[in-house]
Write a protein that binds this ligand. Structure first.
Ligand code: ADP
Ligand code: GN1
Ligand code: MG
Length: 687
């Protein structure tokens, strides 16, 4: 679940809500009095306390909160409240202060902008987020969202729709000018006008509605009397709607947003307001019959601030992604203009984005990846391997009458004709053709799927049987050298940089107790019984793309670790990830069990796919390879946990430790099942 916090900071109340992004709901909310004017530090401390009590109440971990968004009154630019009269703040670095107290990313927006953002993304603008929001309250507020981004001007002062002049030298506005929309269409303006009309029409029903007391007049008085057929109220509300229509049509003529959304107390009048308003706006604004701006009542009432605020980080993320998309994509020979760039997939290593471009009314899709420099020391040499292997595979697939665009990865060259682009920041990027209608899985969903996975990886190895191994550089030296992995674990234990050792001693002992076994493959290799071959080395299920419809494997991906290795490790690594009842990071070990049925299917598929390519020793060591790879991966996760989680991507604290424990649980299961595993392998080896 992805949670964020939305804060609606008002002159009277501080409202805080935890929002669940995928469910689009406020999970819990609470508020305290603002007691303005107060210092930003004090208000931030109150916000932090509210967040703490909400996380406690809901049981949501603070780690699962992605960011805090705040809707605040006044003029806001970037991280600073430039001026907020209600709060008594000037040039206050609000985001920085709240970030310091909460240790979370903080995003700010003016409250009207945040409300517009809520409507644009989750409210009446959903699906085509260009929207102008007009709030008819004490004043007239405005918010502008263009293509999913708040537009607040270069200085933060934009969207003052209430101060658009609709009548030259018209009524006085509190801002000091004359003729502003706010002077006519705020609730304050409407109430003043209602009282004026009442004094001119002593027989008006408006007097009855307010019980003869002008102090009891509110924004509803005139609309109620109009419904009763009152003449004066009819004139007054028609005038109100007319003025509002002028304002809205000016907005439409400038922006042509997909939606103008009307909020605030007066929007509750519903059809009595909206039907004549839409009619007037239609006459006053430009546009053809089709494709007109919709004029709608806001969806969110009191929740707009919290929801809009909670979404503010999305804008930042989107901008970050788009800037990656636009900046880096320009360096590759792709077709069309980038229209979207979103993080993609579940890899633990590289940063992967799905790119969509617009080409002559159609679309093209690509995969853009930032190669992990921490993991791969020479991404340029890695891409050399990548390009050689993919073109070799494409030739074979063509010869077999297959489709090389789907059957293997295809590298798009950079403008200077390389298989990668080295950015100014020193990052290595590659661009691949996106394999259409494909899907990858993090857990085996059906026995056939796992069997097919085995055939695909077996077949992959067999296709590369004659590939000249000496042309490949080792992208990660000693990658599946399990004794070296134990050495690295021991090194991390000795350093214990993050003081995490105490809690993981049993796991460390678990690995150390298997030292003898860990050396098995290196001994077999030294004795000449286990040859090096061209292997994939990262054969987990989600490194195969399946066809979305037929559910058959389409392509083996993630070719970063193709290098000489033991063929059986490609078998073992798949078993580690797939022949289990749980996800790789399942923390509840009672759910993690080795699935011998899936093991059997994989044995069958891998041997078939390898098509006679496995020696008798290799076959006999298949069960041990499952244990070896699972143990090795567990040690790697544990090492990373001890070293501060710098290798594998994590999305929560303790995830690498959970992964390590999960793998070790499987090792124990497999050790018990070893004789049975050998029987199974024997059965399929003899065919
Ligand atoms: P990592 O090393 O981080 O695992 P991968 O190369 O495996 O990176 O890519 C991560 C994910 O991106 C894959 O699991 C897959 O879902 C998706 N992916 C990668 N390449 C393609 C492609 N060419 N077409 C479609 N999806 C892809
Ligand atoms: C990594 O890249 P990805 O997510 O497919 C790792 C594998 C591990 C695996 C554990 C280059 O695979 O070796 O087995 O995580 N890849 C690299 O899930 O280290
Ligand atoms: Mg991968």
């Amino acid at each position: 679940m992805r949670y964020t916090v939305g804060v609606d900071l008002g002159g009277t109340n501080i409202k805080v809500g935890i929002v669940e992004l995928d469910g689009r709901t406020i999970v819990a909310s609470d508020s305290v009095k603002t007691n303005a004017p107060r210092s930003c530090e004090d208000i931030s401390a109150d916000i932090a306390a509210l967040i703490r009590s909400l996380t406690k109440k809901t049981g949501i971990s603070k780690d699962d909160i992605l960011w805090i968004g705040v809707a605040t009154p006044g003029i806001v630019k970037n991280d600073t409240v430039i001026s907020a009269v209600n709060l008594g703040w000037n040039n206050t670095p609000f985001a920085e202060i709240l970030r310091r107290i909460t240790s979370k990313p903080v995003f700010l927006a003016n409250d009207a902008n945040a409300a517009a953002y809520a409507e644009a993304l989750w409210g009446v603008g959903q699906g085509s987020p260009s929207l102008v929001a007009i709030t008819l309250g004490t004043g007239v507020g405005g918010g502008i969202v263009i293509n999913g981004n708040i537009w607040d001007g270069f200085n933060g002062f934009a969207a003052e729709i209430g101060h658009m002049v609709i009548r030259a030298e018209g009524r006085e506005c509190p801002c000091g000018k004359r003729g502003c929309l706010e002077a006519y269409c705020s609730a304050t303006g409407l109430i003043r006008e209602t009282r004026r009309m009442m004094s001119l029409y002593p027989d008006s029903k408006m007097w009855d509605i307010c019980g003869g007391d002008v102090n009891a007049v509110d924004g509803r008085t005139a609309f109620s009397a109009r419904r009763d057929g009152d003449f004066a109220a009819g004139m007054l509300t028609a005038d109100f709607i007319d003025n509002l229509a002028y304002g809205i049509s000016n907005v439409i003529n400038v922006f042509q947003p997909s939606v103008v959304c009307i909020g605030g107390g007066i929007s509750n009048e519903g059809d009595a307001l909206m039907l004549p308003l839409r009619d007037r706006v239609m006459r006053l604004s430009f546009g053809l019959r089709q494709g007109r701006t919709r004029v709608e009542v806001a969806k969110f009432k009191n929740d707009a601030g919290i929801i809009g605020a909670s979404l503010l980080g999305l804008q930042e993320k989107e901008n970050e992604n788009m800037s990656v998309g636009e900046r880096i994509c320009k360096k590759f020979r792709i077709e069309g203009e980038v229209s979207s760039c979103e993080p993609y997939g579940n890899g633990h290593i590289n940063d992967t984005y799905k790119i969509i471009t617009k080409v002559n009314g159609g679309e093209k899709k690509y995969i853009l990846q930032r190669i992990n420099k921490n993991v791969f020391k020479r991404p340029d040499l890695l891409m050399g391997n990548f390009a050689k292997v993919t073109s070799y595979l494409a030739d074979i697939i063509k010869k077999e009458g297959g489709d090389p665009i789907r059957g293997t990865l295809n590298v798009i060259e950079s403008l200077d004709g390389k298989s990668y682009y080295l950015s100014e920041e020193g990052d290595y990027w590659r661009m691949l053709i996106f394999i259409e209608d494909s899907i990858s899985f993090n857990k085996v969903e059906s026995p056939e799927q796992f069997y097919e996975c085995a055939v695909a990886f077996g077949d992959f190895q067999s296709k590369l049987r004659d590939f000249p191994a000496e042309e490949l550089v080792e992208t990660i030296p000693n990658f599946h050298n399990t004794p070296d992995r134990l050495r690295q674990l021991n090194e991390a234990v000795a350093l214990d940089k993050f003081e995490r050792l105490e809690s993981v001693m049993p796991e460390v002992e678990f690995a150390r107790a298997r030292e003898e076994f860990i050396g098995l493959f290196e001994r077999e290799h030294a004795a000449g019984r286990l040859p090096l071959k061209v292997t994939h080395n990262d054969t987990k299920l989600n490194n195969i793309l399946y066809d979305k419809d037929t559910k058959k494997p389409v392509c083996v991906i993630d070719l970063d670790t193709i290098m000489p290795g033991y063929a059986i490790n490609d078998f073992g690594d798949s078993i580690r990830f797939g022949a289990t009842t749980a996800l790789e990071d399942e923390a509840d070990l009672s759910k993690v069990n080795f699935d011998i049925g899936l093991f059997e299917l994989y044995v069958k598929g891998f041997i078939e796919g390898a098509d006679g390519g496995l020696t008798a020793t290799e076959l006999s060591l298949l069960p041990e390879s499952a244990i070896m790879m699972t143990l090795e991966c567990g040690m790697r996760f544990l090492t990373d946990y001890l070293s501060g989680d710098t290798y594998f991507k994590t999305s929560r604290e303790g995830q690498n430790l959970d992964r390590a424990r999960n793998q070790f649980k499987l090792v124990s299961d497999m050790e018990k099942a070893l004789p049975r595993m050998h029987e199974i392998v024997n059965k399929y080896s003899q065919i």
